[in-house]
Design a protein around this ligand. Structure first.
Ligand code: S3P
Length: 418
């Protein structure tokens, strides 16, 4: 259990851990590339540790020293391995795509939460490329056997970077051209990194094409994760002033800033620069009175992981808010429509779950209380923000799940671990 007392104010400068999505991709793709690469500011959270373990099982050599990873790729993956993806949907979905064209058998397994998440959404499109991928009643374990892949055009019915990436990573082993078109553009780290590693990639709006390609290793300096920074940005808006440094601001990830514009959050994006094909900047957020808003439509995929936190912030707003078009929240590490509403209500707010999002009746302040994490890192970290900004503070049950994406979250918040 983690006790969190309310705070008078919260101010500071923060250097957040590396981006989870980019770290996964840097490890996986370099493991499949010729040569050796160094990944700096890599995230060593549990999800990325799962990716490293899977890639080692496939034959890659990966040394980890703090936040620096040295990855030596292999020409041919080892066959017949069990690849334990732990809690990580990104590991399981991307890796299924990557191994499906590599001429090997593999079985991908996960923990209890991951084993409930939908895998047919990757098995089906990969099957259209000719892959031999079988999910178990639509879930893990996922079995992959050797197959010759043939590129074709695939329209996905969900804007999911994990599904898009699985198809593109299979596409680099398929003959011809593999094209994915998604209803709304999801995060685009895979296509950016594939292109930087020498794959033939073309992008036109929501359509991405890739040809059969050999990858060359690529050193990656990982920007800080905007999803991890968002908790500190929220505390700036609710309780004082925060500066988050070197944050990845790829436009497919900055939906939270567009939400901030509507909510009345005062922030500045400073020192914007480019590093290794990804944009980064420092984000300054200052205490702001928040107003109720409507969020939905095409912007949702670019703030999908931040929605529990945004909903929590809106519980502190003046007025009613509505979040729509976020059905995908139901198939994350927990059913985040249910668990976000429960977290906010336990803190004394008023959040009504709907079929595709929430209605939040802002109360300007929350009393605090005891909240379960539901073993979902994003719920635990959002609850921590809510408690710090509440009238009387409270407790988080099962807080250890933060280590999935942010191992020293509570230390960085300055509340220690109990
Ligand atoms: C991720 C994509 C998103 C996100 C997840 C990481 C990725 O999922 O929620 O935390 O690294 O590709 P979907 O693409 O399934 O929406």
């Amino acid at each position: 259990m983690q006790t969190i007392r309310n705070l008078g104010s919260f101010e500071g400068e923060f250097l957040l851990p590396g981006d989870k999505s980019i770290t996964h991709r840097a490890v996986m793709l370099n493991s499949a590339a010729a040569g050796e690469a160094v990944i700096t500011n890599a995230l060593c959270g549990e999800d990325c540790v799962s990716t490293c373990a899977c890639m080692r099982a496939l034959g890659a050599k990966i040394d980890v020293d703090g936040s620096t990873m040295r990855v030596r790729g292999v020409e041919r993956f080892r066959a017949g391995r069990e690849l334990d993806c732990g809690n990580s949907g990104t590991t399981m979905r991307l890796l299924t795509g990557l191994v499906s064209g590599k001429g090997i058998d593999a079985v991908l397994t996960g923990d209890a939460s991951l084993s409930k998440r939908p895998m047919e959404r990757v098995a089906r499109p990969l099957g259209l490329l000719g892959a031999n991928v079988r999910a178990t009643d639509g879930h893990a374990p996922v079995y992959v056997s050797p197959a010759e892949l043939v590129g074709r055009e695939i329209l996905t019915d969900v804007a999911s970077a994990q599904v898009k990436s699985a198809i593109l990573l299979a596409g680099i082993s398929a003959s011809g051209i593999t094209t994915v078109e998604e209803p709304t553009k999801s995060r685009d780290h895979t296509e950016r990194m594939l292109s930087a590693m020498g794959a033939k990639v073309s992008v036109e709006g929501n359509r991405v094409s890739v040809e059969k390609s050999e990858l060359s290793s690529l050193d990656v300096d990982v920007p800080a994760d905007i999803s991890s920074a968002s908790y500190f940005m929220a505390l700036g808006a609710l309780k004082g002033k925060t500066l988050c440094k070197n944050v990845g601001v790829n436009p497919t990830r900055t939906g939270i800033l567009r939400a901030f514009d509507k909510m009345g959050v005062r922030y500045s994006v400073l020192n914007k620069r480019s590093s290794g094909g990804e944009e980064m900047a420092d984000i300054l957020v200052e205490k702001s009175p928040l107003c109720g808003v409507e969020l939905g439509g095409d912007d949702i995929p670019s703030m999908i992981d931040e929605l529990p936190l945004i909903a929590l912030m809106l519980a502190f707003a003046d007025g009613e808010s509505r979040i729509r078009d976020a059905k995908e929240l139901k198939v994350k590490e927990s059913d985040r429509i249910k668990t976000t509403a429960e977290m906010i209500n336990r803190l004394g707010g008023e959040c009504i779950p709907t079929d595709d999002g929430f209605i939040i009746r802002g109360k300007k302040q929350l009393l605090g209380g005891t909240v379960d994490s539901f073993m979902d890192h994003r719920i635990a970290m959002s609850a921590a923000v809510g408690l710090l900004a509440s009238v009387k503070g409270g407790q988080i049950l099962r807080p250890e799940c933060c280590a999935i994406s942010f191992p020293n979250f509570f230390q960085m918040l300055g509340v220690g671990t109990k």
